[in-house]
Every structure is written in C-alpha cells, then in structure tokens.
Design a binder for this molecule. Structure first.
Ligand code: GAP
Length: 573
C-alpha cells in the first residue's frame, strides 16, 4: 500500500491514536502524545505483553525510578559508549544523524556499525548535502553524540543524574535485593514496562524514533553452565531468520528454521531462539502481519557494547524494516560492571550451593616479599603478580630452578626459594557465580505503530471508501460498540441498558447515538472495534427481543437474541 506511514499518521491524529505533543506551542520533535484510543491500545498491548512475558513465564515485574545518578551509567558503559554519529551543517547549523544520512542517500542500507572516518568518506564519495539547506557536507567532521538526557538532582551543588536510556539498568542496580527475593535460586526473571529516554539526533516517523518512549523488558538471570531453556514449549514454531552471513550475500534470502533447529544447529543462541519462538506467537496474537516480519541478526560491529549476540524482530512498513524488539545475550557484562564499580562484587553474584559438599585440594602460593621488595623496589609487586600467575599455571615450575618473568621488555630471574607452594584440603559447600543475562527488549511505541500499520486496510462499500483497522480483539481499544438506530421511542434507553450490561460482564464498550448509522459504523471501523450491536425497531417486535450484530471486517450482519448476546460476543472475540 502506498504511503501507509502518511495514512496511519492521518488516522492517528483524526481518531485520537497518536499525534505531535504540545502542538499549541509549535510542538517539539521527538515527543508524541497517545490520544484516548491510542493510550487504550497501548495499555492493551502492554497487558498482553505482561500476560505473555511476565506472568506467563512465571516472572515478576518491578517499577524502578526513571532518573538515576551518574555512577550507574559510568558502570553500565552508557556515559562512554552510548553515542550516535552526528554531522552539523556549517551553513545552517542543522544537525543530522550521519549514518542515517548515508542510509537515506546511498545504496547502503545499514551504516550504524561504520566508523566516523568511513561515514565521512561516504559523504564525500556520494557528495551528500545538508537535507535542510542543500549545502555540501564534504569535509565536515562526523562526531560522537551521547544520547542520554542529563539532569541535576537536588538544589545547589547538585548531583548529576540522567534519564535512563533503557529500563533494564533499574533491574541491574537492584540485583542485590532481587536475588534475595529469588532466594538465590537461578534462573529467575524480572520484567519492567516503563519509560526510557534518548536524545535522538533526528527523531522521525511519528512513533518510530522518539525521544521519550516505553520499553517492555525482561531480564532472565541464568547459570550459564547448568540452566537450559524449555525449548519443548516452542520447538516447532517456524522462524524467518536473516543471519549475518545471509545479509552479507547478494539479494535478500532468509532461512526458515524451527526454534529447535535454530538452537541445535547453532544458528541462534539457544536462549535467544527460545524467546524468538515466544515472541513470534505473541506478535501473531496482537496482530503483526507475519508476511511483513522477520528476525535479523546484528552484524558484529552493530551490536551494543554489552551484547555478545543479538537478534532484532523487524516489521516492514512502507518498504522500511523497523526494529521493534531486540533479543540480546548480555553475558555477565552488566552484573560484573556494577559489582566492580559499586565495590560490592559479592552483591552482584549468587552463591550457588552444591548438592553435596565437595572436598578439593587447594594450592596456596606464598611469595616472600621481604626478598623481592629490596631486590626490585617499586617493580616488586608487579613482578610478584606475574610470578603468581606463572606458578598458578604450573606449580612444578618452582622445582626447575630460577623462574623468568618478562616485564617492560626486560627479563628478571627470580630465585625459586622466594616462592613456597603448599596444598591443603578444603571442603566447599558451593561457589559464587556471576549470572548471565538473556534480555528480550520490546519497544512498545513501535509495536503500537506496527499493529496500526499492519491492521490498516481500505475497501469500498456501496461506492464509498472505507478505512478499517482490523485490530485483534486482544488489543482493540473498544470490543463492542452499541447504537440505537434512532435516539427515540425507547431505542436509546434499550441500547444504554445493553451497553451497561455488557460493561458489567467485563467488555470494553462504547455507546454512540450521534449521526447516521452508516457513519457510526465507519467511525468504529476506523478505531478497530470488532463488533457493533444495533438496537432497532425489530428489537421490540421480536420475542424474545433481538439486536443486529455487525462484524467489522466482513460487514455481515445477523440477528441475535439479547439473552444470548454476551455469549455470542464472547465467542466471536
Ligand atoms: N535494553 C536493551 C535496549 O534498550 P535497544 O535495541 O536499544 O535495546 C530496545 O532498544 C527497543 O526499544 C528497540 O527494539 C526499539 O523497539 C525501542 N526503541 C529504541 N530506541 C527508540 C526510540 N528512539 N524511539 C522509539 N523506540 C525505540
């Protein structure tokens, strides 16, 4: 469909799904407001995510603050490494994301992993110009721009803080308490749905790249040596995969593999494969079109600083593949970093008890610093450290004469009498391990946008154009709309009574008695209401009383006894 983006934006504005925020003040790029229909749709998607990824997998959700102080982001690597490449036009001062400029104006479709020098070279080679004023960008420097919003906490000489750029840092910093809550038992999962903030250089496409957005994230903490995903739950689900090797070959060719095949043939990390299976089922449930959907592996130079493997869920809208979720294997990166930076390493590990205590022989290495110190002065402790590592690798070395240590391009011969190696038996009840993290991370705004775009269709009824959102009943803001044919002769009262009754049975119901009935149907089609119920004159003529039930997609109508209405609607939804 041509220019779906524009159509969704127009519908979003007109029907209250999403629109530019603070328009009365001219608006500011990168901030969107969800209107009454959009906010309801978003909440339904979040609830559905919760049911699948949090409650559905036996995990618990937390709610951490969105502002965190500086040490958190020093540890996480965001202060140093959470940058995008920026190029500023020397003529008009307009800033652009340099890799996007290259992607939009050259045959290169993924430039995120390129270095600044490579991007500068491509800008010169393709003679790229400023999109705002048309001036040449040849020779203009491409620089790093940190995406975090900085703020200050408290008055006076306040503490620097940042709006979190991903919700998961709120999970990682609370790990010491969360592991207690989980009674030190791995694996355990924690989820969080909340706001994240990124000072994007070039926000674009409505909800796709905004500066304030919602993430739904799951962090599963595992023992990498022992824990295994329950592949059997999703093993037969087929995945459309676009691995790195296929991206580097000519044309677009996908691999279709089941979750089990992907995991066992080493195509996808086994944990990620498991979550891709769960995610695919969920996306189908909320109405993402599987003909416009794929899982793409990150190129090594594209991966975030914490990820050892990463796959994105991508949706096709208007010819562009949009990343709607990322699935990363973060290893022990985050917990190790927070352990080291906070000085509380034990708090960021888990004591794993053995089934039976183990008695092991432990080698003790004792280095006599009273000999090394006078001989090597300020180099003594560094030499001792190297010596220790050498002896740890092969304690027998102490029986073979002097030990040679290389340092600063010099060789030092150390008398083996300086070192005493003993062994002793110790009984261990367990060990400290740093759990690994598997993280499916969903962008809620982009999911809302994809669901809207993929459910948008147009047809023609009696020569009149009709716009429809074929939303799944799992997420539709309104499940049933109830109308009186006319608001007179008791029809309105009866329709209100039916609407209230359906609400009391837990349905999300809208009552509408304005405009002609055709217009009311069109309004509901445009906001994705699956079923409309109309009270008309036949309602009172029939015994028992009936109403018309109209299906959004087929527009077919049937008469249903009011006494059966709740049951019929439930089965249709
Ligand atoms: N904790 C991992 C993480 O944050 P990410 O790939 O940077 O990973 C996860 O973000 C998801 O958040 C993305 O897949 C995307 O859907 C969404 N997202 C990221 N930046 C966004 C932005 N500026 N606007 C809207 N959604 C965004």
């Amino acid at each position: 469909m041509e220019d779906l983006t524009k159509k969704v934006a127009e519908l979003g504005k007109r029907r209250g799904f999403f629109f530019q925020s603070s328009e009365a003040y001219g608006g500011i790029s990168g901030f969107q407001t969800f209107g009454p229909e959009g906010a309801e749709l978003k909440r339904n998607i979040e609830d559905s995510w919760r049911n699948t990824f949090s409650r559905g997998l036996g995990h618990r959700e937390i709610e951490a603050p969105t502002i965190m102080h500086e040490p958190v982001f020093e540890a996480s690597g965001h202060l140093d490494g959470f940058d995008d490449m920026i190029i500023e036009c020397p003529e008009c001062g307009n800033s652009n994301r340099a890799d996007h400029l290259v992607e939009d104006n050259t045959p290169i479709s993924e430039a995120e992993g390129y270095s600044a020098e490579q991007i500068e070279g491509l800008i010169t080679e393709h003679e790229l110009v400023c999109p705002s004023c048309g001036s040449s960008l040849n020779g203009v420097d491409v620089e790093d721009f940190n995406l975090m919003f900085e703020t200050s906490i408290g008055p006076g000489n306040s503490t620097p803080g940042y709006l979190r750029p991903e919700t998961v840092q709120g999970i990682f910093v609370e790990f010491p308490r969360l592991k207690q809550y989980a009674r030190n038992q791995l694996p355990f999962g924690i989820t969080q749905i909340g706001k994240a903030y990124r000072n994007e250089i070039s926000p674009r496409k409505g909800l796709v790249r905004v500066r304030e957005f919602t993430q739904a994230e799951l962090d599963l903490f595992i023992d990498p040596k022992e824990d295994e995903p329950s592949l059997e739950e999703v093993e037969d689900i087929k995945l459309k995969l676009y691995p790195v090797e296929n991206q580097n070959s000519d044309g677009i060719n996908y691999i279709e593999a089941s979750v089990r095949e992907a995991a066992e043939e080493g195509l996808v990390n086994k944990w990620i494969s498991y979550y891709l299976g769960i995610a695919k089922q969920w996306y189908i449930e909320i109405g993402v079109d599987m003909d416009r959907f794929r899982f793409r592996q990150h190129q090594p130079d594209e991966r975030a600083h914490y990820a050892s493997d990463c796959w994105d869920a991508e949706a096709l809208i208007d010819g562009d593949w949009i990343e709607i979720a990322g699935f990363s294997y973060r290893g022990c990166y985050d917990l190790t970093k927070h352990g080291k930076h906070s000085g509380e390493e034990r708090e960021f590990s888990v004591f794993k008890e053995y089934d039976d205590p183990e008695t092991v022989e432990e080698t003790k290495i004792n280095i006599d610093m009273s000999i090394l110190g006078p001989e090597f002065g300020d180099k003594a402790s560094e030499i001792a450290e190297k010596l220790r590592r050498k002896v740890e690798l092969g304690p027998d070395i102490v029986n073979e004469g002097p030990i040679f240590v290389h340092m600063d391009e010099e060789e030092y011969a150390i008398d083996s009498k300086t070192i005493e190696v003993t062994t002793e038996k110790v009984t261990k009840t367990g060990e400290e391990i740093v759990p690994h993290v598997v993280e499916p991370s969903f962008g809620v705004d982009r999911t809302v946008y994809t669901v809207l775009a993929h459910s948008f269709t147009q047809d023609s009824i009696d020569g009149e154009e009709r716009k429809i959102l074929s939303l799944s009943s799992e997420v539709a803001p309104t499940e049933v709309a109830v109308f009186p044919l006319m608001n007179k002769e008791g029809l309105g009262e009866k329709a209100r009574e039916i609407a209230n009754n359906l609400r009391n049975h837990g349905f999300s119901v809208k009552y509408d008695d304005t405009g002609n009935i055709g217009k009311r149907y069109r309004r509901q089609d445009e906001v994705g209401t699956p079923i409309c119920v109309t009270v008309d004159y036949e309602t009172f003529e029939d015994d028992p009383a009936t109403v018309t039930l109209r299906d959004r997609d087929s527009t077919e109508q049937e008469r249903v006894h009011i006494t059966d209405l709740e049951e019929v609607i439930r089965s249709r939804l």
